[in-house]
Ligand binder design. Structure first.
Ligand SMILES: *Cc1c(COP(=O)(O)O)cnc(C)c1O
Length: 464
């Protein structure tokens, strides 16, 4: 399997190089050159597999040349054995043909564990072979940081530096990052906001001369292909459990950077019968506005009750656009260059292709609270605010009630107790028992100014 850039001006890469690379040098994102098409007979066999075995089947073509099928299976079993539910990704029924897929049983209680727990192991394998030591550097508004730290903590060849905005992540989120022991883990709280953190990370990738000789940076943000790949699996797992390939299933996905829902789109392109794919956004609704009007236009960042979806631009959407443009990289590059300079209008033909694949709905904070409260009243099920946005969008966009619809529940409600209280739900979401001591664990974190030189000096000193 080879990977090509959406902008067409970088050489194709093998899986291992894509794993260790972020953006392509031409500014594009890597996508698989071809997708394996799974026939219905094969899918019926897959319906018998447990999560870890299915994961190995789905991902095998993507890692070809890097891992043999048996090695991959050993790795997926080790990865998903660390999840605290025997089904790994259980389905819970909310109503008639209405389900949530609980993706929060991993070590940091959000769906990002599905990809980052695996990514840490893939990285470890690659570094063990090459003998290289790398520096994992990332910025987080909450969930990515803890999942990346948990995923990479046992990776002997990696030192991990995660920047988060000082006093702007929830206490649960901060403690999930700062209480992880390990000499290779470094938390930096930046006196600034998330964008300041991200900017410093970007600048560091662009000029890595501050690193000791022989070291390079590795990105674990959501544009990393390995993360997308791991997320394809649970679409198959859920749909097969609900009757696919003999029955189509719809999905609603709380969307920020478009990584999670893009994986669902790929599952459909691999042959999974997916009826509707609903993009569920919060007030940061660039994609919903695009789908409604054809205008691809930035808006100011809104701080919402669902902070993990607070984005201005959804980077991974470029991967879907690449297909809507018939994989014409030159035309897409021209569009993205115009978009970098300002807002753009997409041609009607492109919008038709987009609307054939995705429905969309935007949910503001008031609707989020209303949905948390309503679902609790209906069935005493507690939704976190991100998942509530998905459920609301599912209910607005599902179409026929004869088709099952699955909302991806992307975080455990205990991660966002403030939103649940705001919704007026008379029950406090409890942390799972294995995390009950989170508030007693010792924290390690360094607070630094929003100053690139200071952050890079800190990293250099820690690596020395
Ligand atoms: C990251 C995140 C999202 C958004 O996922 P994308 O892949 O960026 O679209 C939604 N919900 C939660 C809880 C998250 O952590």
């Amino acid at each position: 399997m080879r990977y090509i850039s959406t902008r067409g001006a970088s050489p194709a890469l093998a899986f291992e190089d894509v794993l260790l690379t972020g953006l392509a040098p031409d500014g594009g994102l890597y996508v698989p050159e071809t997708l394996a098409r799974i026939d219905t007979a094969r899918m019926r066999e897959w319906a018998r597999l447990d999560y870890a075995d299915l994961a190995a089947e789905v991902m095998a073509p993507f890692v070809e040349g890097f891992l043999a099928p048996g090695e991959l299976r050993t790795m997926t079993h080790a990865t998903y054995a660390g999840f605290r539910h025997p089904a790994v990704a259980p389905l819970v029924q909310l109503g008639h043909n209405e389900w949530v897929l609980e993706l929060f049983h991993g070590p940091t209680l959000a769906f990002k564990d599905f990809a980052l727990q695996l990514l840490g192991r893939l990285l470890e394998r690659s570094l063990a072979r090459s003998g290289e030591r790398v520096v994992v550097l990332g910025a987080t508004s909450g969930d990515t940081g803890s999942a990346a730290i948990e995923g990479c903590r046992n990776c002997a060849g990696a030192d991990i530096f995660i920047l988060h905005p000082h006093q702007r992540v929830s206490e649960v989120q901060r403690r999930q990052m700062t209480t992880v022991p390990g000499a290779n883990i470094h938390n930096i709280a930046v006196r600034g906001n998330f964008d300041d953190c991200q900017e410093m990370v970007k600048a560091s990738f662009a000029d890595q001369s501050f690193l000791p000789p022989g070291r390079r940076l590795v990105a674990v943000n959501s544009i990393n292909w390995a993360r997308i790949m791991a997320q394809i699996v649970y679409y198959f797992h859920a749909a097969l459990a609900l009757g696919a390939p003999d029955r189509a299933v719809s999905f609603a996905v709380p969307t920020g950077n478009f990584g999670d829902i893009y994986a669902g789109y790929l599952a459909r392109r691999m042959g999974l019968p997916v009826a509707r794919l609903v993009i569920a956004t919060n007030a940061n609704d660039i994609l919903h506005r695009l789908m409604s009007s054809g205008n691809y236009a930035r808006a100011g960042l809104a701080h919402t009750l669902s902070p993990s979806m607070d984005i201005v631009i959804s980077s991974n959407f470029e991967r879907a656009l690449f297909d809507f443009y018939g994989r014409d990289a030159a035309r897409l590059r021209e569009l993205m260059e115009r978009f970098r300079a300002g807002d753009v209008v997409l041609p009607e033909q492109i919008m038709q292709a987009a609307r054939a694949e995705f429905a969309s709905f935007a949910v503001d904070d008031a609707m989020t609270c209303e949905t948390i409260a309503r679902v609790f009243e209906e069935s005493e099920y507690l939704l976190d605010p991100h998942s509530a946005i998905g459920v609301r969008a599912a209910r607005e966009c599902r179409g026929s009630r004869a088709v099952p619809i699955v909302t991806l529940a992307t975080a455990h409600p205990a991660k966002f107790p403030e939103a649940i209280a705001r919704a007026g739900v008379p029950r406090e979401p409890a942390l799972p028992h294995y995390m009950a001591d989170l508030f007693e664990r010792e924290e390690r974190c360094t607070v630094l100014d929003h100053d690139l030189g200071a952050v890079q000096r800190f990293i250099g000193e820690r690596l020395a």
